[in-house]
Design a protein around this ligand. Sequence first.
Ligand code: DGY
Length: 315
Amino acid sequence: MKVYITYQIPEIAVRLLKEHFEVEVNRGKHLSKKELIEKIKDADGVLCLLNNTIDAEVMDNAKRIKIFANYAVGFNNIDVLEAKKRGIIVTNTPDVLTDATADLAFTLLLSVARRIVEADKFTREGKFTGWEPNLFLGCDIKGKTLGIIGAGRIGKAFAKRSMGFDMKIIYHNRRRDLEFERDFNAVYVDKETLIKESDFISLHAPLTDETYHIISEKDFDMMKETAILINTARGPLVDEKALVKALKNRRIFGAGLDVYEFEPQIEEELKSMDNVILLPHIGSATINTRNEMARLAAENIIRVLKGQKPLTPVV
Ligand code: DGY
């Protein structure tokens, strides 16, 4: 059987898969949809990335395909209903990237609040001429209200990281999670309350029809002027044009972004703003995490092509 890997990922995946199958890896640039279709037409399994769109057209042309193993926890790039209809299995990589992603979200929170990137730039530019009472005044963290939208694995791991800061946690989710409320003293609120009361809002929901633009212009208008928005989930959760406006008008204090509405394109104006930190989608980017993601994606393919149940199916 043949497995196609759509981009270079840690070699552990290639090694594991090669023990069982013929394996081809794209070691060049990211593939266009047309190239992807051509490459996977005789593949039994595909290990794909979040920037590969896997829709009905791709599936139509992949006649032998039994599994798409996404190298990500999010799987909005794959039409899972279409896969289900055709009996194709889709897997993702949950758990192994939870801590790395929560760490990055908290790093962004602290960095925006304390204006770390701006201050670093200032220092490197030789502008530091001595201690200044008013230099880079930021926000306190302790005792503030942390609003979490999406209390899944990563949302909870993010909450855990806030414990040392004595923050009040409020959250909004599809459903209440009593264990989370008990363990973190978290309070379930409706979205509007969360938007109005939070000092920091962090997004940890998957991208679905329901969560698309969950943060819109109306929401920015309701936020505190001192609010900070963190998005390490998926770009389209936020109306990016509305975010630009809110940052430009100093309607909120700042934002920390790892993902973008039209990734990899970024609203041009964001790039010149000092109240936003922009990262290139590196939530899960630690050496160990990426190795574990590769191992898990490969294990899923091996299991499915050997007729066993995958470890982490989404369909
Ligand atoms: C994911 O896994 O969904 C991240 O966005 C990439 O690590």
